[in-house]
Write a protein that binds this ligand. Structure first.
Ligand SMILES: Nc1ncnc2c1ncn2[C@@H]1O[C@H](COP(=O)(O)OP(=O)(O)OP(=O)(O)O)[C@@H](O)[C@H]1O
Ligand SMILES: [Mg+2]
Length: 330
């Protein structure tokens, strides 16, 4: 659905050049929900704007929804939906007016536009709000309307830039289920950006982590977590940690062991698979286990390992305070 090679964008500013995106390769398959995860300024929006033809790449090529980004930009635009970081609705219009206007932009006939709008209003739980002025909608309702607008022409591929920034946790979880339904019911491929780890983890089939304009890792949330950090098994023994350590030696999937008093810390490839093996090995060596615990690394551990920085600087307060960026209309 998306196949990009070497996408790059350098902005020229008065103070010199900003290499916002430095050669991004990516593949997105039909029917996937792929998350583009990275901190502020990583190059997420810039990449998205290139893939949606809003910004010309400095280098690189891409096929988006079957059309060539550079040679057939109009065709790309026709086949995709794009929901910008700040949304682009007109507060003085009603919900229904905005949806029908958007449908007209895609040259959809009036009857079909009304039908399509009705469907989307139901799907995104906006039914009953047709005649409301957009400026009177709540943040969550407005964000769902933004998404409905991106879907009016039933694109096979939709780009969502930070779909849940500024929403409270409940509206955010609610929106996740809408996005999942888009994929499950309508087979829409979804490419979204986020700087929320929970969002990438809970919603996305696959994640690309971008930092300073480069993709630094990719995989399913589970793969990323197991590949980069491993799982941590903490075992407390009644006595003789040395015997316990010996019992674990050579056990397949054990990467590292350390002890502190009667507590063993064991870094393993994948805790779910090895837990039983550990318990059997201890039993065979007649080392009684007082307690055993398995901890999974979080995506934040992954990010920290990769970049040396934490992504966890996005407290809800700062997320809410972030003013929406103006977005050029598509
Ligand atoms: N028009 C522009 N002119 C100059 N620099 C730009 C321009 N647009 C973006 N940049 C710079 O490019 C870098 C990447 O910006 P981008 O908007 O892609 O980041 P992002 O990952 O979407 O961040 P955020 O999470 O804050 O939305 C930043 O350093 C930004 O300041
Ligand atoms: Mg952005």
């Amino acid at each position: 659905m998306i196949s990009a090679v070497g996408l790059a964008k350098t902005f020229k500013t008065r103070r010199g050049e900003v290499e916002a995106v430095r050669g991004v390769d990516l593949e997105v398959k039909a029917g996937e929900i792929v998350g583009f995860l990275g901190p502020n300024g990583a190059g997420k929006t810039t990449t998205l704007r290139m893939l949606t033809t809003l910004l010309e790449p400095t280098a690189g090529t891409a096929i988006v929804a079957g059309a060539d980004l550079r040679r057939e930009p109009a065709e790309v635009r026709r086949r995709i939906g794009y929901v910008g970081q700040g949304g682009g609705t007109d507060g003085a219009c009603t919900v229904a007016e905005e949806l029908v206007t958007q449908a007209e932009l895609y040259r959809i006939g009036a009857a079909e536009a009304r039908e399509r709008s009705q469907e989307l209003l139901v799907q995104l739980e906006l039914a009953g709000l047709e005649d409301r002025y957009i400026k009177t909608l709540s943040g969550g309702q407005k964000r769902r309307l933004d998404i409905a607008l991106g879907l009016v022409h039933a694109p096979a591929l939709v780009f969502l830039d930070e779909p849940t920034t500024g929403l409270d946790p409940q509206s955010r979880a609610n929106l996740w289920s809408h996005v999942r339904r888009l994929r499950d019911d309508l087979e829409t491929t979804v490419f979204l950006t986020t700087h929320y780890l929970e969002e990438a983890d809970a919603l996305c089939d696959r994640i690309l982590i971008i930092d300073s304009g480069r993709i630094v890792a990719e995989g399913t949330p589970e793969e990323l977590k197991s590949r980069i950090s491993g799982d941590l098994v903490t075992i407390e023994v009644d006595d003789d940690p040395a015997a316990a350590l010996t019992a674990l030696e050579g056990l397949e999937g054990v990467r590292e062991t350390s002890t502190s008093g009667r507590v063993l810390r064991v870094v393993v490839d994948s805790g779910g698979q090895i837990l039983l093996g550990i318990m059997r090995a201890m039993d065979a060596a007649s080392v009684p286990i007082a307690s055993i615990q398995l901890a999974r690394p979080t995506l934040d551990d992954v990010f920290l390992t990769l970049t040396g920085r934490s992504l966890r600087d996005d407290s809800p307060a700062t997320a809410n305070a972030a003013a929406p960026e103006p977005e050029a209309a598509s």
